[in-house]
Design a protein around this ligand. Structure first.
Ligand code: AMP
Length: 394
């Protein structure tokens, strides 16, 4: 078991907390505060215990000097101050004298937010390549390191793996909660257990399928990835998404797990991907050459419902259709409604599916929505997660 923030005496200690403040910001306005709110429990606990709290996070990708203006964490410091009802001092540096002086003059319960860790990427991608000196330097600023950024737990960066290499370490409440919830999908999951997969690419889901197919009773395939499976099953798919190099993989899977893998039986198609476009409801075999399959149809959601209704565990990753546009939202919306009304333990993993749950107001009706897209998949694939492995054991 990993140590958590609760396993440390924090009073008077400089506690570095790696958070995930990678939030959408437009013209200095934060468009979605979910990730900020998700981090509050750990920050509040550290303050309550008398720590000097030093926060680190990445934001976006920094490739040019111009990106720095767009991706400063300043608006996050302002919003966090409001949410915590305590001034969060923003230091517009990732290293240097100003930062060190600010930290050395902190009082217990003070909070400092350091500038975007990825500003260090401008030079040799120091953050993203886990530059050893950078990790060591950041570690030198604190006494204890807490990793509470689940969204980047599958990355080996200086601000997680690097710091943890040099300090006593633990996980925060957010990461602890993610691990607890996602583990229920791998270790003795309650059955019947159904997995819904969607989104655009088969390639991204191969690892999860490999690791979970023997634990789950059914895998329902939707989204753009369904069309490579349908092609492999011998159906015409018109101009829908298709990964030619994955057709054989899909064929083998369908042969081996014939009764486990469930494919759509009807499709919503269109000739263009745009709002107000004309749509067609097609059964398999009816999709025309110039049509693109963009959502699962109503008959498919009826079939999927039968596999979901009496389940005890449901995991869903990847939207059922091109849900960003109204004509192709129904499949995703209907599936959300179905799983929200089951008695199952329900988990949504993946940025887009989580966004759909939020957009269509099902957030509170799902047992667990993971804060990490790639991270939750990597965890469920059973991949080695060095930034988590490095954390001290109890
Ligand atoms: P992913 O990042 O692989 O989870 O894919 C998410 C994206 O897949 C979303 O932006 C969806 O709009 C898109 N998507 C879902 N279904 C389809 C489809 N049938 N055709 C094209 N894109 C799709």
């Amino acid at each position: 078991m990993k140590k958590t923030i609760k396993d440390y005496e924090l009073n008077g200690k400089k506690v570095i907390i790696r958070c995930d403040f990678n939030v959408p910001i437009e013209n200095g306005i934060i468009k979605d505060e979910t990730r900020l709110k998700a981090s509050l429990k750990t920050i509040r606990y550290a303050r309550k215990m008398g720590a000097k709290v030093i926060l680190l996070s990445h934001l976006g990708r920094i490739k040019t000097k111009e990106d720095k203006q767009k991706y400063t964490l300043k608006p996050v410091a302002e919003k966090l101050s409001k949410l915590l009802r305590k001034k969060v001092t923003f230091i517009n540096q990732t290293r240097g004298e100003k930062l060190e002086t600010a930290i050395n003059t902190m009082k217990n319960k003070d909070v400092i937010l350091i500038e975007n860790t990825r500003f260090e990427d401008l030079e040799d991608k120091k953050e993203s390549n886990n530059d050893e000196m950078l990790g060591k330097y950041w570690a030198s600023l604190g006494d204890i390191f807490i990793n509470d950024a689940f969204g980047t737990i599958h990355r080996n960066h200086a601000s997680n793996l690097g710091i943890a290499t040099h300090l006593p370490s633990g996980i925060g409440f957010l990461v602890e909660n993610e691990i607890k919830n996602l583990t229920k999908l791998i270790d003795n999951p309650k059955t019947p257990y159904t997995i819904i997969l969607g989104g655009s690419k088969v390639a991204d889901k191969i690892g999860v399928i490999a690791n979970l197919i023997n634990k789950a009773d059914y895998i329902l395939i939707s989204g753009g990835m369904a069309f490579t499976f349908l092609k492999a099953a011998g159906f015409s798919i018109g101009s829908s998404l298709c990964e030619k190099d994955k057709i054989n993989y899909c064929k083998n899977l369908l042969d081996k797990y014939e009764s486990k893998i469930v494919l759509p039986i009807d499709i919503i198609t269109a000739k263009d991907i745009k709002e107000n476009t004309k749509t067609y409801e097609r059964f398999l075999g009816e999709i025309e050459e110039d049509e693109i399959g963009l959502d699962i149809g109503p008959k498919t959601t009826e079939v999927f419902k039968q596999y979901l209704d009496d389940c005890k565990t449901i995991f869903w990753n990847g939207p059922a259709g091109y849900f960003e546009l109204k004509p192709f939202q129904n499949g995703t919306k209907t599936l959300l409604n179905i799983i929200a009304n089951t008695k199952a333990y329900t988990v949504i993993g993946g940025g887009d599916t989580a966004r759909a749950a939020a957009d269509f107001n099902y957030q509170d009706k799902i047992s667990h929505i993971s804060t990490g897209g790639g991270a939750s998949l990597a965890f469920l694939e059973g991949k080695k997660l060095e930034a988590l492995d490095i954390i001290d054991e109890k």
